[in-house]
Design a protein around this ligand. Structure first.
Ligand SMILES: *Cc1c(COP(=O)(O)O)cnc(C)c1O
Length: 234
């Protein structure tokens, strides 16, 4: 156990230091970025250890594992949902999610809004945008999103809190910078045409390989998995 805890602490501290350094470079307050620990591939004992080290923002990509872990672990954790969301799992997912990052269609948004109204919940979501043009990536195309925006903003129970994107997977994190910058600019564009109650304050962008560049471009939420659990392969 000593080993697991020591290794995790080292990984976590290293990532936190890199987040702080990126904030300094970008003249941002370190509190303006939250580290979300992506636990989708992590063993349960790794997750409990991570929580002991103070990490309270955690993310899962499957409803089943989200529900199991949210039920089992401390009630004051914030669980983020980052995976493809099937419409038949909406009810269960919104019950456990502090924030859904992967809202990728108008139909899904309307479904969540209807179920939220029935359940008297106010789920928070981020709109996933596909800026890399890769066909295998989920999310709205930019032009499509701009066109649909007035209709999306008509939801009554869902709160749209910002945007999320996944950069193309490349070795050089600098290659992701234009994508992150584009998401930030798109947020500003959409904010300008949004109704008053819609506040797009969150930009969820940056993963293990590119979170520092994402922070320099305005990320408020970075989703880090493999860098956090590196060296723990059982
Ligand atoms: C798995 C996953 C991550 C974490 O990726 P790492 O490269 O392991 O840090 C972040 N975001 C989403 C949407 C994911 O599915």
């Amino acid at each position: 156990m000593e080993d697991l805890s020591g290794r995790l602490l080292k990984n976590l501290t290293g990532i936190q230091n890199r987040i702080r350094a990126a904030c300094l470079r970008a003249h941002r307050a370190p509190e303006s970025v939250a580290l979300i620990g992506v636990t989708k591939y992590a063993r349960l004992d790794w997750v409990t250890e991570l929580i002991k080290l103070g990490c309270r923002e955690l993310a899962e990509s499957r409803t089943q594992q989200l529900a199991e872990r949210a039920e089992l672990l401390s009630p004051d954790l914030h669980w983020h949902f980052i995976g493809p969301l099937q419409r038949n799992k909406v009810r269960r997912t919104i019950q456990y999610s502090h924030l859904i990052h992967s809202l990728d269609s108008e139909k899904l948004l309307k479904t969540i809004d209807r179920i939220a109204a029935e359940s008297d919940l106010k789920p928070r979501v981020l709109i996933e945008v596909n800026l890399s043009g890769e066909a295998n990536k989920k999310g709205f195309q930019k032009a499509e999103l701009l066109q649909l925006w007035p209709s999306l903003c008509q939801v009554t129970h869902v709160q749209i809190n910002g945007l999320m994107t996944m950069a193309p997977h490349v070795d050089d994190p600098e290659a992701a910078r234009p994508v992150f910058r584009e998401l930030s600019e798109l947020r500003d564009t959409l904010q300008a045409i949004s109704p008053e109650q819609t506040r797009l304050q969150e930009l969820s962008m940056g993963m293990s390989g590119d979170f520092e560049v994402a922070i320099e471009e305005g990320a408020t939420l970075v989703r880090v998995g493999s860098a956090l659990f590196a060296g723990l392969e059982a």
